[in-house]
Design a protein around this ligand. Structure first.
Ligand SMILES: Nc1ncnc2c1ncn2[C@@H]1O[C@H](COP(=O)(O)OP(=O)(O)OP(=O)(O)O)[C@@H](O)[C@H]1O
Ligand SMILES: [Mg+2]
Length: 373
């Protein structure tokens, strides 16, 4: 086990640092693992999707099931994706990371009938020494593998497609192929589809001609409660030997708007400052500034992302400065295109009719500080 971080700022967080997700985890466990229902988990960047899923899969394994996570953003082509799915699935089923690579050796050295049916099909699709195999056959074999193996071994499996919307960069047709395959591969396996581009994900699952009506109920990750954050932050500072005065935690939460990643950054900065000089009078303000500056590079990237369609940045400025988005001299159509883009990217969410807010409030702060004139 790696050493516990003071405050995890980036990457998967361990169960003991995962704030405010117990309810969601129980819900996911029941729906996906116990009931076998497909789920779409849709939440903006850096709000804990991957960490929640890692915890879910730990629970699934503890209960004797299989948990497979495929990070779709790692695939650079359809063939690559097929291989990734096959490798991750086979590793879980065989109980070792390198099982898929080893399968090739097995194929060369063991008479074929000795391999299990599903094993030999997989081996022949990916490691066939004597004939080329089409990409689409590889994909079909890989996608159906978890359910075939789980059914054969009489276990239940949960397969997670993380960063699912990124697959559209490999191929337009890939979602149709996945749907065609997975809608029948659910005897022993349930699926979770997730990603941060919440609008793209929604479109994939809403459009009845494409991704499936049957393939999933959408759930989000609402921000943890303020009280959950306060309890966690105060306890953690106490454990680290630097207990906080009343309402310090609350101030950090307000400053970051409770955005999980940004808040963890703020806690880590405050901890470092207080470790260096216990009684710095302006420690909180300094921690806040450091948090903001540390995130500025990310914010620049987000800003680049919303260059198109024309007027989207202007809309972002309007939202950041609490001005009306519609009826501001632009055509309603153009304003809507901008809003859609911001929602698709998970940058803003709708609060009520014509009212929007940033999912990462400090990005709103960045827009106010550097882009609003
Ligand atoms: N519930 C939470 N409790 C504590 N920290 C969290 C929580 N959610 C997110 N974080 C913070 O966000 C960081 C990223 O978490 P994670 O990778 O699980 O999120 P994600 O939504 O999958 O991110 P991405 O959009 O990059 O895929 C963590 O390292 C941690 O700092
Ligand atoms: Mg993630």
């Amino acid at each position: 086990m790696p050493q516990r971080r003071d405050f995890p700022t980036g990457g998967e967080v361990a169960s003991e640092d995962l704030v405010g997700r117990e309810h969601t985890l129980r819900d996911l466990y029941e729906r996906v693992y116990v009931q076998g229902n497909p789920i779409v988990l849709s939440a903006p960047r850096q709000t804990g999707k991957t960490s929640v899923i890692a915890d879910l899969l730990r629970r699934v394994r503890t209960a004797g099931g299989w948990g497979v996570r495929i990070d779709c953003s790692r695939a650079t082509s359809v063939e690559d994706f097929a291989e990734l799915v096959a490798a991750e699935t086979y590793a879980e089923a065989a109980g070792r990371r390198d099982a898929f690579a080893k399968l090739g050796d097995l194929l060369r050295n063991v008479p074929r009938p000795i391999l299990y049916h599903a094993d030999s099909e997989l081996a022949l699709a990916f490691h066939a020494p004597d004939r080329p195999v089409s990409v689409s056959h590889k994909l079909t074999t890989a996608l159906g593998l978890a359910d075939r193996l789980a059914d054969e071994k009489k276990v239940r499996a949960v397969v997670v497609y993380d960063e699912f919307p990124t697959l559209r960069k490999s191929s337009d047709k890939i979602y149709d192929q996945i749907r065609a395959e997975l809608q029948h591969a659910n005897k022993s396996t349930a699926y979770v589809y997730m990603g941060s581009e919440v609008g793209v994900l929604a479109t994939l699952f809403k459009d009845r001609r494409r991704m499936a009506f049957r393939l999933g109920t959408t759930i989000g990750l609402p921000p943890p409660l303020v009280s959950e954050w306060v309890t966690y932050i105060e306890q953690r500072f106490r454990e680290l030997g630097l207990p906080l005065a009343t309402d310090v935690a609350q101030r950090l939460i307000s400053f970051t708007g409770g955005h999980p990643r940004d808040l963890m950054e703020a806690c880590q900065h405050l901890l470092t400052l207080r470790t260096l000089a216990r009684a710095t009078p302006k420690a909180i303000e300094l921690a806040q500034e450091k948090t903001y500056w540390g995130l500025e590079r990310n914010f620049e990237l987000l800003w680049e992302l919303i260059e198109e369609p024309k007027g989207t940045r202007e809309t972002a400025v309007r939202i950041a400065t609490a001005q009306r988005v519609y009826g501001s001299g632009r055509s309603a159509m153009a304003a809507k295109r901008s809003v859609d883009k911001l929602i698709d990217e998970g940058i803003v969410r709708k609060v009520s009719r014509g009212q929007f807010e940033f999912t990462e409030p400090l990005f709103g702060e960045y827009v106010r500080r550097t882009r609003a004139r």
